[in-house]
Design a protein around this ligand. Sequence first.
Ligand code: BES
Ligand code: MN
Ligand code: ZN
Length: 505
Amino acid sequence: MATPRTSLPTITRASGDPASATADVLVVATRSGDDGAVVAAEGLAKKPAAALTAAAAAVGHTGKAGSTARIPAPAGVRAASVVLVGLGAPAADEDAAKTLESLRRASGSVLRSLSEVESVALAFPVTNAASAEAVATGALLGSYRYTAYLSDAESKTPVSTLAVVAPAAAQSGLDRAESVARAAADARDLVNQPPLDLYPETFAQAVVDQAAQPEHKKAKVRVEVIDEDTLRQRGFGGLIGVGSGSTRGPRLVKITYSPRKASTHLALVGKGITFDSGGVSLKPAAKMEEMKSDMAGAAAAAQALFAIARLGLPVRVTAWLALAENMPSGSAQRPADVLRIYGGKTVEVTNTDAEGRLVLADALVAAQEESPDLIVDIATLTGAQIVALGARTSGVMGTDSARNRVVLASEASGEPFWPMPIPEEMIRSFDSTTADLTNAGGRAGGMLAAAAFLQEFVEDGVEWAHLDIAGPSYNAEAPHGYTVKGGTGVPVRTLVELADLLAGA
Ligand code: BES
Ligand code: MN
Ligand code: ZN
């Protein structure tokens, strides 16, 4: 089955009084005040605002962040019903990033819980492009439903049109939200697709098909797929080794977006293990199904590039997708095998489940041949990331300036990243008696150790950030805000922000 594309609602801008917006449901933002909920929507006339405040009090809606109440529309409101959604108390420190994230989460929560509704209008405190973008982004991502494999997909049809009440000057924010949320949704689709159907060859084909879409053709996005035989000939020992247990061979996909006005070159390197069974060092059965998401880094790298191209940002971007399926079999690599990574370094495979770093090493070396200004690798690399930072905060390691840039981009996107060190002694745990390195070091500080391994494949002086997204890229727990179950799209939005930052620099 080809990679299906989940449809998202169309986004339009509505102007004037939200009370007269034509939609099935009008969403009205509230804040918690001293005497209960206060309507926080811009431009709502006094009478309907007063009626909604009274209704909120009557149903016990206090404006608490994330709380919602659906009520029949009061007189003077055109929609049939109203959903009140709380933004909580205003951010005390006037933190703009926090405020924008509260908008995303609120609109996301509402759209996530609405079903069997055609059209929705959103009345939030939207005054400019940034706030309009936040409301639209949350609403689009909260609308996402993965229905490709349901026999009764109709029952889960998402909202088809979203109208954000916003001033004309905020239109650019809605346009950006549409491009970026589309990219996050496309990344979610790839992550959610079962590994029976998404394997290196079909992943590569999905990227080729996507590059052929008119908007990407117009932006001159190019794709090169390096197949298994060529990888072997050219010495990509990491991809060949990891892929050798599968009947579906590895691929290296190179995607380029090279606008004429670009002054900076960003390379994105994505881990694309389409299924990680652990290989001969087999994983336990519990939750192994979640390892269909082990290609989330590659999905994010590809979709961020497509979004950057659609937005026409003046940054050259090259995405490298290191695609392989990690399976146990008679042809699989064994613990004790020695691989030769692209460029010549040798690695003794002491644990076949530490496969991500092997395919990334190949791709990192290849990416550096073009001397990009900044390399960012993105990987569901270690369970230790989840131990250290939890399920929602990604780790970022690397050179100081690259790491700081990612943190800045993350603050703008609302996808949390926390800077972590690469202690210099860690590399010693990879000492091998046979090869230059082993692939599995000590258990303590496993996320940092993995980064220390990757660092061996980054030349001195190269600006590099390593993003460990093991937890945040896949939500196995209850949905929250604009985050549904399954693929989350993390860190597509951060990567687009990073490109924006580089474009401005
Ligand atoms: N894909 C896993 C990491 C992972 C774990 C991602 C849980 C998402 C959720 C990776 O390939 C892996 O197996 N890492 C090992 C490394 C170890 C063998 C050194 C790990 O984290 O246990
Ligand atoms: Mn693994
Ligand atoms: Zn893995």
